[in-house]
Design a protein around this ligand. Structure first.
Ligand code: NAD
Length: 440
């Protein structure tokens, strides 16, 4: 599928022209745009998605341009209510375009938790569970044969002590089942597996089963995205790197820094029908994993360029969830070239033991993460350089005032007026100078 993301002047076009240009760039047939027309989600389908439906709630669907992710042009779908995010992402992607965004995804491994309470001897229980880990894993794999055929399925089992008796819940353990979910986000898959294993796990531990549900701290399913932005102005490079260090030093700043990342990530997640609450919860828990809340992305000033790196958990799926029912989410995946048009993505099963191959969900995570680092860069640059630009602008305004004939204290007064109205031009300078001379 063709997908050219460098759509110059896209923002200046009207909606109809943008739609035509988008189709040309992504190679989809015109009828696919019906998936993002007003009313695209039939009310009866909405009624089947959640409870107590009384209507629908619309948001703008936009495309961020200029993105190159892992060497491939991508049109990035974004659904968000906040102005400037799409423009910021597109601008940053243009700066990053020479090298593009490069990503590395871990295997898509989710964690299922089985809580075991009222364990009399927690150490003996841990030893017993570890001794049975291989058998438990094998049995768990048999419960999801199709996932195993796709190269996924349960891949690890471990247990941790949470509390020793006595206590309100006696001895408490938690067993972690690690499941490679391939292209699925995996919440339902993992929950079902934990349900199926809970009684046996509790019985081996000599306790009672408690909760069994996935953890949204998906630190086994992460993505790293990097980019390099050439920046000739050393002052700007230093200011962005310093803003990044500020976030590393201060959780109050790190929270806002990470919000800027989630501006891009969430807009892609909403457009593609993902569980963005799950990703948000995981991202912030991951940011605080050292005990202090830290930035998910950092920027360094290296050899005349700003080098950014974002590392975060990103559990997304290109099968299951809302994708079963939401036409706009499927369109977003097609437009971005993540899944082929018309085909609800279900790649062919992989023989057990085959080497990992490119997965659709990895690509979606890569695109969402690229959008995240892009909006992070745009925000940092704007914040960090505001002062520098103001300085440059007032210098320039003084120059223009002098060129218009201002001398003495009139230089400052003309320059101040030019900067205040944002029109730093010779004609305007002459006008202002004439007026100030007439009535000083
Ligand atoms: P799902 O229940 O639709 O399961 C995915 C299905 O896709 C599986 O049956 C699997 O066999 C099949 N499949 C087809 N092709 C596949 C491929 N290539 N790779 C992997 N599986 C493939 O969806 P899910 O991903 O298990 O669950 C996601 C949903 O669960 C989301 O809607 C989420 O909001 C919800 N959820 C989240 C939480 C949480 O985050 N705490 C809790 C409960 C439910």
């Amino acid at each position: 599928m063709r997908s050219r993301s460098r759509l110059t002047g896209f923002f200046r076009l009207g909606i109809a022209e943008r739609r035509a240009r988008l189709l040309e760039a992504c190679g989809l047939p015109a009828r696919r745009l019906e998936a993002i027309d007003p009313g695209a989600l039939p009310l009866e389908v909405a009624d089947g998605m959640i409870e107590n439906v009384i209507g629908e709630y619309a948001l703008p669907f936009a495309v961020a341009v200029n993105f190159v992710v892992d060497g491939v042009d991508v049109l990035v779908p974004m659904v968000v209510e906040e102005p400037s995010i799409v423009a910021a992402a597109s601008n940053a992607a243009r700066f990053a375009r020479p090298g593009g965004f490069t990503t590395e995804a871990s295997a898509p491994v989710m964690i299922g938790q089985i809580q075991i309470i009222d364990v009399a001897d927690v150490d003996a229980a841990v030893a017993a569970l570890r001794a049975q880990a291989a058998t438990l894993l094998e049995d768990a794999r048999r419960l999801v044969p199709r996932l195993a055929n796709r190269g996924g399925g349960p891949v690890g089992f471990d247990v941790r002590i949470l509390a020793r008796p006595p206590g309100p819940d006696g001895g408490v353990l938690v067993a972690h089942l690690h499941v490679d979910c391939r292209d699925a986000m995996g919440a339902n898959l993992v929950n079902t597996l934990c349900e199926a294993l809970a009684d046996r796990v509790a019985s081996i531990a000599g306790g009672r089963p408690g909760l069994r549900i996935l953890s949204n701290l998906t630190d086994g399913r992460t993505i790293t995205v990097r980019c390099k932005i050439e920046e000739n102005d050393a002052e700007v490079r230093a200011a962005v790197a310093s803003a990044s260090r500020f976030a590393e030093l201060d959780p109050y700043r790190a929270t806002t820094h990470n919000k800027g990342i989630m501006n891009g990530v969430d807009a892609v997640l909403v457009a593609t029908g993902q569980d963005w609450r799950a990703v948000e919860a995981g991202a912030h828990a991951f940011a605080a994993r050292s005990g202090a809340y830290r930035p998910l992305a950092t920027w360094k000033d290296e050899d005349g360029a700003l080098v950014g790196e974002l590392h975060m958990p990103l559990a997304v799926g290109t099968v299951g969830g809302a994708l079963h029912s939401h036409p706009s989410a499927r369109f977003a995946l097609e437009m971005a070239g993540i899944v082929p048009e018309g085909l609800h993505p279900s790649p062919p099963a992989e023989p057990a033991g085959s080497p990992p191959r490119f997965r659709h969900a990895d690509r979606l995570a890569a695109v969402a993460a690229a959008a995240g680092i892009a909006t992070n860069y745009a925000a940092l640059r704007a914040l960090a350089t505001e002062g520098i630009q103001r300085g440059h602008m007032s210098l320039h305004a003084r120059g223009v005032a002098r060129a218009a004939g201002a001398t003495g204290d009139l230089v400052e007064r003309v320059a101040a007026e030019l900067s205040a109205c944002g029109d730093v031009k010779p004609d305007r300078a002459r006008e202002v100078l004439a007026r100030l001379k007439e009535s000083p």
